[in-house]
Design a protein around this ligand. Structure first.
Ligand code: ING
Length: 315
């Protein structure tokens, strides 16, 4: 009996720096209503879906950014989102900035089930950008200033009849992200992203932003035999253009649904999770074909142990 889960990718357009939580929540509730009308079981929202992408701004005193963080989840402002989803029997993934009671700051995502219960949490591991003001950049990308690397690892959770894993934005560029979760059985990997359409650290032709966005998710969907759902916060946020391109990718690596705007937009797909099983049981059957004992040791951050004759050259 096939396991069909109708997945919604709920892309958000720009969130202005002074936009209220209530406004962002209401926009997401509107997308949830559309998702309910289209029979969705599960909806994926973007990274930092409650606020503008505030790592774009430098603040000497980090506590001046506290209003962008959630101290509790759900809060009075976000509870309506949980209620709207539970009323429709829809689970969801939500990205937001987390400030813990003991003062830790994370770029976080949660998994919520169809009854509105938080079933999983993930804190972004791969934080791109920098921690100090960089005068050479048109916009800052201060994720290393405003967040700590995640301390929860890459988890997976049983929900909607399958095994779901979570990642956030830059994580999608690192194969380890997907491999760790697929080694744990992930059949669906969901992630939100805020990706400026211009590389502010070095020149990069503009078209590569979208190419790399889809390449990384499609390739890793195939190599880990999992559905991958990538959902953007898109559009011109306070003068900084964020790419869209939200999409749903099947384990073959093919994009099966993709947005056409850089605004609030819902796309959906009825995924047969057993498509993920096929790859895990054949071409990517780890027990049969994966040979880690033959890979050689990985001993350094660069990822390989150099043979002696080369190691001097590397120093
Ligand atoms: N944003 C971007 C991302 O990984 C980036 C930053 C873009 C890093 C392109 C490297 C290359 O999509 C976030 N929020 O991680």
């Amino acid at each position: 009996m096939s396991r069909i889960v109708t997945i919604g990718a709920a892309q958000l357009g720009p969130i202005a720096p002074d936009e209220s939580r209530a406004s962002a929540v209401n926009r997401m509730i509107e997308l949830l209503k559309q998702a309910g009308d289209r029979g969705c079981n599960f909806v994926v929202f973007p990274e930092l879906a409650l606020t503008t992408f505030f790592p774009r701004y430098y603040e000497e005193d980090i506590s001046k950014m506290n209003h962008h963080y959630e101290r509790e989840m759900p809060s009075a402002e976000t509870r309506p989102l949980f209620e709207a989803a539970a009323e429709r029997g829809i689970g969801f993934y939500l990205g937001y900035a987390e400030l813990t009671p003991d003062g830790h700051r994370y770029n976080t995502a949660i998994l919520v089930d169809e009854t509105g219960k938080i079933t999983g949490k993930y804190r972004k591991v791969h934080l791109p950008g920098h921690s100090e003001y960089d005068p050479n950049r048109p916009w800052q990308h201060l994720e290393k200033r405003y967040f700590e690397p995640g301390d929860l690892g890459f988890g997976v959770w049983r929900q909607h009849g399958g095994i779901i894993g979570m990642a956030i934005c830059n994580d999608r560029r690192w194969p380890e992200t997907y491999r760790v979760m697929s080694l744990k059985g992930a059949e669906v990997i969901v992630l939100g992203y805020n990706t400026p359409d211009v590389n502010t650290s070095a020149f990069e032709p503009n078209h590569l932003r979208m190419f790399h966005n889809h390449l990384t998710m499609q390739a890793n969907a195939y190599m880990n035999s999992a559905f991958v759902v990538g959902v953007a916060k898109a559009g011109m946020e306070d003068g900084c253009m964020l790419i869209g391109g939200s999409c749903i990718i099947q384990p073959s690596g093919e994009i099966v649904s993709q947005v056409s705007s850089v605004d609030d937009e819902l796309i959906t797909y009825s995924a047969d999770l057993d498509l993920a099983k096929m790859g895990k049981e054949t071409v990517f059957n780890y027990a049969k074909h994966r040979r880690i004992e033959h890979y050689g040791t990985i001993t350094t951050q660069t990822g390989v142990e150099l043979p002696p004759e080369l190691s001097e050259a590397a120093e």
